[in-house]
Design a protein around this ligand. Sequence first.
Ligand SMILES: Cc1ncc(COP(=O)(O)O)c(C=O)c1O
Length: 361
Amino acid sequence: MVKRNVNFNPGPAALPLDVLKIVQEELLDYQDSGMSILESSHRSKEFEAINDQTIALVRELLGLGTDYQVLFLGGGASTQFALIPMNFVGDGQMAAYVDTGEFASKALRECQIVAKAHVAFSSKDEKYSLVPKLNEIKYPENVAYLHMCSNNTIEGTQFHEFPNTGNVPLVADMSSDIASRRLDYKKFSMFYAGAQKNLGPAGVTLVVIRDDFLMKAKKDIPTIFSYKTHVDNKSLYNTPPVFGVYIMKLVLEWIKSKGGLAGVEKTNVAKKDLLYGAIDAAPDFYKGLAEKNSRSWMNVTMRLPTEDIENKFIADAKKEGLLGLKGHRSVGGIRFSIYNAVSLEDVQKTVDFMGRFCKSS
Ligand SMILES: Cc1ncc(COP(=O)(O)O)c(C=O)c1O
């Protein structure tokens, strides 16, 4: 039996065991090609098939038509923070940003380097413990786009609805909640996600752009930074993160086998209900950091009465095989990252531990 701890890491994060087993099985000889996919050309028929199938799976699972272009790029979500304003904010224009956390504010700052940005809402003064109600998001009608971060990984908050922005293109960083719940993805002109939480390993970033938005992209930027380059070349303008795309395909197939987004959502709701239930059952001991209406289904954050008790919680949990619980350094406390690959049984085990820990402290 292989030893497998419960992995609450925020990213890179848990991958489905079934996926890892397929990778292991296929690693030395990929589908009778006599070589590993790690060694294959990105222009080989094997990788071409993987690329096409992964694009098709993204569209199928997220409910998108062929007017949405699907890219697999290197550089992480952080690179998109810079590329989006470079590509889409025209001369004299400005873009609007909803500032709900550390990553959302990084995206905003990148825009401010190359263009003008309007802050449409900020919960900075509330230590990013909440996301706004939709009517609190305010921006001029002529902005190039409105940028949001759907799930704030560090703070543990999440949008549970998205604005109708009319003619203003809606752009979202979905790094930490992509493909974790049903959502009207067609509301977005563009969204993107580093794969290393819900979609696969670090090193590949999913970028999805609708044709009508892509048409507005600027032409006078370096070739490699232009989304149009990557769309025109099906992500093969330069060498793509081949292995990451291959694993993303396997993860998407795994999601499909679980009943697609409706299937994983059902489990994710049960998981977050268990964890928030355990927090709310001991409010003097476990203090959730996010306002209740803004609570994330993917990253559950809390503090305990003292830092010493938090450290003991992490150490005792480790003894039970529950790893990756330390909160982000900017927030402290405990964070459970419960992405798709973390099972309901593992969360139940954790909640049982929380009950015992609280009683014995
Ligand atoms: C919401 C969000 N956006 C952006 C990033 C940065 O992603 P990357 O490290 O792929 O650049 C992260 C990473 O954790 C994230 O959680």
